[in-house]
Design a protein. Sequence first.
Length: 167
Amino acid sequence: MRKVWIALLLFVPCLFARGGEAQCKEVSGGIVTNVLNESGMVNGQSFVATTLGTVTGDLKGAIGVYFLSISGQGTPQVIAKVHHHWVTEAGDTIFLENATATSFQAGPLSGVYAVGNNSYVVMIKGGTGRFANATGTLKLLGALDLNNGTVVLRYKGEICFAEPDEH
């Protein structure tokens, strides 16, 4: 019986130990933004338009996207190089790598384009607060209406936190 207790006493602390491995979590939600007719410079790169909007779900807060370039306007396929700014409701910032959004005209709807099927993937490369040293991938699905200057997206992916996520 004493051997069982000794083994149990040696094993129990292992159940509560937290290693240095990342803590990964599935995330999802929605994004609604308006396209703003602004241009200028961001991080030493010029941009031709920008968006500003809200985020719901696991990463709720606000997002802004700078369009670094847009090609193919007026064709069945539009490709945009983008730079994101994402701030959560709690005030943490999520840093993202520049991304490419490849959109396709939505059927006969002139000026309406859709992204999906991995045509718009964003990589997380850290942030502030709980997102410090986080990594991950977000896949976006949705539509851009160039006629009205609106964007509606759904995001889904995984974030790996450097520290255990308490949220």
